[in-house]
Write a protein that binds this ligand. Structure first.
Ligand code: ADP
Ligand code: MG
Length: 298
């Protein structure tokens, strides 16, 4: 029976994107107006979806992840007038079967939120009071821990990036169809801020230099990060080719990552830092550049 469960679950939950999709749809079905999504290691270490929706009623908690339980339909008429994304009662149970799941929830009637730990069959194994506001947070840890072949499939950088791109596209899609919805997305808790020259050179106060001036910081520490510099130059050089009057860029960028993600002791002057999630940082930087300057010509 365990093998059959695993098999059917792995058909419902095929990738990080499918987990994110199911969790977002549950949040939307619970009338959430804000959804915050966080991934760690492309979602394979952690996927967390937090909403400010209706929460899960105490009576529904013990069965929420039991397969084919759903609070969304109770009659065949309901099925004909379906207005929710979910109706099969399969997602949460399937996710439990291929990962470790925590659900923290609070309805308007509850005084405080409660965090529940679920086992692979979707049963609650423990619970404790929590401090979150109304809504539901589902935390999915160690996705595909019991499906090594599936995990192996996503072990290359290329596959991981493709998957992350799919997650972003999915979020944009929900953002378009639900303009009133606020969605945030964080991968490995990277935060970028700074100044980059404008794409429109007529107002390019920031590109007045006759030689490049660049300042890159990681956690407010000035650093030399050749790969980031290279990326910015690549995107900027396309603009310079299009417009010969354009001068060299002046920019600064501060990248905030968890302290544990950087090793500052690489060189004695601490300007060369080792980034543990360099791929993700580059990915995030490139996304900003793409948004600002458009994609690189093929
Ligand atoms: P379905 O969406 O098909 O009903 P799921 O397995 O996706 O099945 O979810 C099971 C049940 O868990 C839902 O019917 C709902 O009652 C509850 N639930 C799951 N996620 C949330 C959420 N974010 N907010 C409120 N209720 C939720
Ligand atoms: Mg659902």
């Amino acid at each position: 029976a365990e093998t059959v469960r695993l098999l059917s679950s792995s058909q419902v939950i095929t990738s990080v994107v499918s987990v994110v999709k199911e969790l977002i749809e549950n949040s939307l079905d619970a009338s959430a107006t804000t959804i915050d999504i966080r991934l760690e290691n492309y979602g394979f270490d952690k996927i967390e979806v937090r909403d400010n929706g209706n929460g899960i009623k105490v009576a529904d908690v013990p069965v929420m992840a039991i397969k084919h339980f759903t609070s969304k339909i109770s009659s065949s008429e309901d099925l004909e007038q379906l207005t929710t994304y979910g109706f099969r009662g399969e997602a949460l149970g399937s996710i439990c079967c291929v990962s470790e799941v925590l659900v923290t929830t609070k309805t308007a009637d509850d005084d405080i939120s409660t965090q529940y730990v679920l086992d692979s069959t979707g049963h609650i194994t423990s619970q404790k009071p929590s401090h979150l506001g109304q809504g539901t947070t589902v935390t999915v840890l160690k996705l595909f821990k019991n499906l090594p072949v599936r995990k192996q499939f996503y072990s290359t950088n290329k596959k991981c990036k493709e998957e992350l791109k799919k997650v972003q596209d999915l979020l944009v899609a929900y953002g378009i169809i639900k303009p009133e919805l606020r969605i945030t997305f964080v991968h490995n808790k990277i935060n970028l801020s700074g100044f980059l020259p404008k794409a429109d050179s007529s107002s390019s106060l920031t590109s007045l230099s006759s030689s490049e001036r660049s300042f890159i910081f990681i956690n407010e520490r000035p650093v030399h990060q050749k790969d980031i510099l290279k990326l910015i130059r690549q995107y900027y050089s396309v603009l310079m080719q299009k417009d010969s009057t354009r001068l060299y860029p002046v920019f600064f960028m501060n990248i905030t990552v968890p302290a544990s993600a950087v090793d500052v002791n690489v060189t004695p002057d601490k300007t060369e830092v080792l980034l543990h999630y360099k791929e993700s940082v580059l990915f995030a930087v490139e996304n900003v550049l793409k948004t600002l300057y458009g994609p690189l010509p093929a």
